[in-house]
Write a protein that binds this ligand. Structure first.
Ligand code: ADP
Length: 515
């Protein structure tokens, strides 16, 4: 059965990828022309984190760069995000003022202001209410469910009162999921024919909360099958209500239909199979560009990669690792949680170091893993470096200075680390799952077109085997140079995926009209 048969409903949304049976997008001929005339579409995004203003993970990268790619195609895009306390308003020039509205919230109302600014043709609207919505951190406040309900309502209200109606309301992850339910429900009449799209960036976080949030949000109490009595699942509500549901790679779109990856929602997703799309993420190739990156000491490119060795030496020095150009250096950047495979990496880290390699880790995560890695770093000075924290500039220096990038995820909706690594000529070692399976081709299985080293079983042994194969290739200098050049030449810019999003929006409008 082909992928399109498995998932495709009335729309052939896998058309471009079917020929690339390996799923490696870089080999796909991007559509030179859309299959129909697509008019200028007015799209509204809502997301909890948007780069460069606030970033915790990949959602920020997508919500920060996809709108610009859509605007470059001629569409009209605005992005709503909460004005988090952590956002440096002076640095970004976010104004104090903006329209102010009285937003219904339960039985009362809250005052919300909407300062905004335009960057590269995209307007970002910061939803501001310091008491109900703004918190220092993007996630992790005890009242997250309530404040994101307030955020969603404030967006719905602003859209309803604006002069120009959106064609598409595109919500991302559970934090803006209730916006979909609002547009599909109580705001439907006010918002005319706006179609809704809901994108799942990570199904593991669904925003489970108490059903009384529904009163605050102005939504009907009727329960979904997947919701226990008195409980609310915002992500499930959006999946049920959206005209189109999407996720961030084709493989993950297939995986989430199974009990193993469906996080309890596989049956609900199965009901929406005909409207489920998988579109692989791109990256912002202006931000992630070793030829112009101001965060790295030496610039380089596929045509002239010589600077990379200087970045490696500088990184080794910065992190207190022994400075040696021939010592293979593995980078690890990300959340230190089981999703990212930290439980299978931890037991074999000493083994990897025993091969003579170095490891540079940057991340934060579960306290238990942070503690274990602190101990490991103390035991292996000069070969294992650990930086606990979030540091975008250091991340770029690691992408540039490392030889290989480890991403042994248990599940991975898309994954951006491997795509950024490609750009910096750093070869990924990944578990073949989700977006990693779609974007990394094993270089031993396919020596001419391989782009990394991948393994299937979720075990430390399988990971170690892939690491060893990577090290073997690394020692073969001509082979390694060819591999580095090949990955640097891959195109993971947004261009092709943004076109797929435009097709998806068109499908959403068709679905809305039919409804
Ligand atoms: P996630 O599941 O966390 O969203 P992704 O791979 O999709 O994972 O995206 C993670 C993004 O966040 C990448 O741009 C990565 O470089 C960045 N990132 C993750 N952890 C850190 C950190 N500690 N410091 C700097 N950047 C980080």
């Amino acid at each position: 059965m082909t992928r399109s048969e498995t998932l495709g409903g009335r729309i052939s949304h896998f058309a471009y990828t079917r020929s690339a049976s390996n799923g490696c997008r870089s080999d796909m001929a991007p559509p030179t022309r859309l299959p129909y005339d697509v008019a200028r579409v007015r799209i509204v995004f809502a997301a909890a984190e948007v780069a460069p203003y606030a970033k915790v993970g990949g959602l920020a990268d997508v919500a920060g760069s996809l709108p610009q790619a859509l605007a470059a195609l001629g569409h009209d895009v605005a992005v709503y995000m909460p004005l988090h306390g952590s956002i440096d308003r002076a640095k970004f020039g976010i104004p104090d003022g903006g329209a102010t509205r009285s937003v219904p919230y339960g039985r009362s109302t809250i005052k919300v202001s909407y300062p905004s600014l335009v960057r590269d043709r995209v307007r970002t609207i910061f939803v501001r209410n310091d008491q109900r919505i703004g918190r220092a951190k993007v996630y992790g406040a005890p009242d997250d469910a309530k404040r994101y309900a307030a955020f969603a309502r404030a967006v719905a209200e602003d859209l309803a009162q604006a002069r120009v109606r959106p064609d598409i309301v595109h919500a991302h992850d559970w934090h803006s999921a209730l916006l979909v339910a609002m547009v599909a429900g109580p705001y439907r009449r006010k918002l005319g024919g706006a179609a809704t799209v809901f994108t799942i960036h990570n199904l593991a976080y669904q925003g489970h909360s108490k059903a009384d949030i529904l009163d605050l949000a102005g939504l009907p109490k009727r329960r979904l099958k997947v919701e226990a009595a008195g409980q609310l699942n915002p992500m499930a509500r959006a999946i049920a209500a959206a005209d189109i549901v999407s996720t961030v790679s084709e493989r993950y779109a297939e995986e989430i239909l199974t009990p193993e990856f469906g996080a309890g929602l596989h049956a609900l997703l199965g009901e929406r199979k005909a409207d489920l799309w998988g579109i692989v993420n791109g990256i912002d190739t202006d931000v992630f560009d070793p030829a112009t990156d101001r965060h790295i000491p030496a610039r380089y490119s596929a045509a002239d990669p010589r600077g990379k060795v200087n970045d490696k030496a500088a990184l080794q020095k910065e992190l207190g690792l022994a400075i040696n150009a021939r010592t293979p250096l593995f980078g690890v950047i990300g959340r230190l949680v089981e999703q990212k495979g930290i439980d299978i990496l931890t037991p074999v880290a000493p083994e990897i170091l025993r091969t003579g390699a170095q490891i540079a880790v940057l991340g934060t995560g579960e306290p238990a893993y942070e503690a274990i890695w602190k101990e490991l770093a103390a035991k292996h000075p000069g070969t294992l470096s650990l930086t606990l924290g979030f540091d975008a500039a250091l991340a770029q220096r690691i992408y540039a200075g490392a030889d290989m990038f480890l991403m042994p995820s248990r599940f991975e909706p898309c994954g951006l680390g491997q795509l950024i690594s490609f750009r910096y000529g750093t070869v990924p070692v990944v578990r073949s799952v989700g977006g990693l399976a779609d974007t990394v081709r094993d270089a031993d299985a396919d020596p001419r077109r391989g782009t990394g080293f991948s393994f299937g079983d979720y075990t430390s042994d399988a990971l170690l085997d892939a690491v060893r194969r990577g090290l073997h290739a690394y020692r073969d200098e001509p082979r390694w140079a060819a591999l580095v050049e090949r990955v640097m030449k891959l195109d993971h810019s947004w261009a092709a995926s943004a076109r797929r999003y435009v097709e998806m929006y068109e499908a959403a409008r068709v679905a809305r009209r039919a409804a």
